[in-house]
Write a protein that binds this ligand. Sequence first.
Ligand SMILES: [Zn+2]
Length: 349
Amino acid sequence: MTPRTLVLPARRDIQESEYAELRSEIQSIMTAPQMIMVCGAGTSIAAGLPGFTSSTEFFDEFRLEFEKIANQKVTVKDMFTCRMLKEEASREVLIKLIYRLHEVSSRSQPTAFHRLLKRVDNAGRLARVFTQNIDGIERRSGLTSGIPKFVEKVTTDNKIHSDGPVKLALDFNSDIPRCIPLHGSCHEVRCPLCYEHRSIEDYASDAIRGALPICPRCSSREISRAERGLRQRAVPCLLPAVVLYDETHPHSEAIAEVVNRDIKQLQEGGRSRSVLLVCATSIAIPGIQTIIQAMAKAIKENAHSPSVILINDQEPKDRKWKTTFDLWLKGDIQIFAELAEDCAGPTIL
Ligand SMILES: [Zn+2]
């Protein structure tokens, strides 16, 4: 069964009488005490970022370079795979591509949708945002953003690290960021060994040429080992801090912990109404599918009105989504954001 569908108008300035039902649904969404949002690439298109599935113009220059190296056709998705890291030539193109994304997104402005996120957050009703975007616009809109960190704790248990006894634990003492960037960030580089993160801008002259230096943290650790007469180990080069399609997710454990904690809070919330808004995504990535299904199940347990809502111009391809969503608002996410602002008004947000 397809979820009940309401079509968003093409323009914001329509007569209220023309969308009474839609208005009532949007008001109901905007008055929910708790909102969880999932953002796809479509939320950033109005900010000038390229959509990974809808727009390939931005990627054309890089795709031609990849195709010349691979001597075969390459899709946009292929560009963001581990295969591109194996050869130096394709790794250079990938680093240049991500640096270009960093430049474009650094110049972009938050959209109506991003401003809405911040207003809901200011009203104390934004429980979490899970974003598939790597552009960091949620952070620039004023939301806290990042992955909770693992911290090393000295312990006496039998888990022995090569540099001494340590235990890794998630640092949840500090607040969990409001926005969890599921696929990393084009503004950062990371070490594939120690996960040290740095700003890509610190290495701008290297990144623009497609070559990043070795990890400074691992490098100084090796210098210290050499001073102690220990065996030297290889130090890896920094790489863009973007999670590739076929990569084992470096932060899967931390993200799962956040999702589990949020679900527990939803379940303990009892009668307090929560909504899950899945925004401008084709829901094609397995990781995001798992998060949406788990959140939807927890929210529906307490729901009395449409609570799991898709806002997208296309219906998801997989039939399993037909029973997940209560309501499909078909259309542009930016129009939704503008109507939400009109409908909600200052008394709600
Ligand atoms: Zn390192």
